[in-house]
Write a protein that binds this ligand. Sequence first.
Ligand code: HSE
Length: 330
Amino acid sequence: MKKIKVALLGFGTVGKGIYHSLKNHPRRISNIGFEIEIVSIVVKHSEKHQDFEDRKLITTNFQTVIQNSEIDVVLEAIVGKEPAFTYLSQSIKAGKQIITANKEMFAHHSRELLELAKEHHVEIGFEATTAGGIPVINTIEKLFQFNEIKKITAILNGTSNYILTQMRVLKLPFNIALEQAQELGYAEADPTNDIEGFDSFYKLMILSQLIYGKQPDWSSVNREGIVNITEKDIEEYERYGRRIKHVASLELQDGNITASVEPIVLSSEHPLYSIEGVENAVVIEGDVVGRITLSGPGAGAFPTASAMLEDLSLILQSNQVTKLAPILAN
Ligand code: HSE
């Protein structure tokens, strides 16, 4: 069995989801001939992890990861652009494969990181950056080679969709629904990005970069969150069989990309109308296939960990690591 040593950067909701998923299912990746061992967990504040069962893995010194040539893969689940971008750039330069869940950082730096990775012959997994556990990135990257994608319409923020659903179904006030989303591990530590549409915006920009190789001018994108939606608005629309959803759209028209992130009133025929709670969905319009809708859990420790671990599995199966693995095994 080839042993792959990995480092985790960040040990919040998602980092813990990865740790426990690997602990609960130690033999899952061994099915494809690899055994995974977490050898280091890099955190900002080690004192917060005093009670953690494997606290010997905890370090605040990222350089120990770079210096450890046995670490082949770095899984990053930090919030915000820095130090994540610096850590990942250094990891790539040290020849490590990287997997990230960090949408804000990747929306800003995907192009640089992908170029750097190419230069250093490593891979980047970024499935977990967009739409939680839904395999939308790999689906588009690997299974939309022939089709041209004309349009994407999506619900990309689990917290917003959860809040809107709780406000409608249980008549909960906005703040109580937000508190629940925080308790359930859906919202960011600071939920501003969730409720003001930045989180969906970053995810949409990652999709744009992936599909069209570029992003629209950020200042041209209308970005609006859900903070101004009242229970009364929701009730009023429901009376007419309509629902307010927070929708991210991306469209290619005459070579120009247009994008928006905003609350939209949908009728029951729309594929996003019945996407409820923490679910996300991505409607992909391909010129040959027509319309495909992918839906599933959009946030939370295990759906996001799942996306990262599936990336890990894919990367391990790819040629580059398969070539490295026998060397690491010795
Ligand atoms: N806070 C994010 C959301 C987490 O609610 O969608 C997943 O990216």
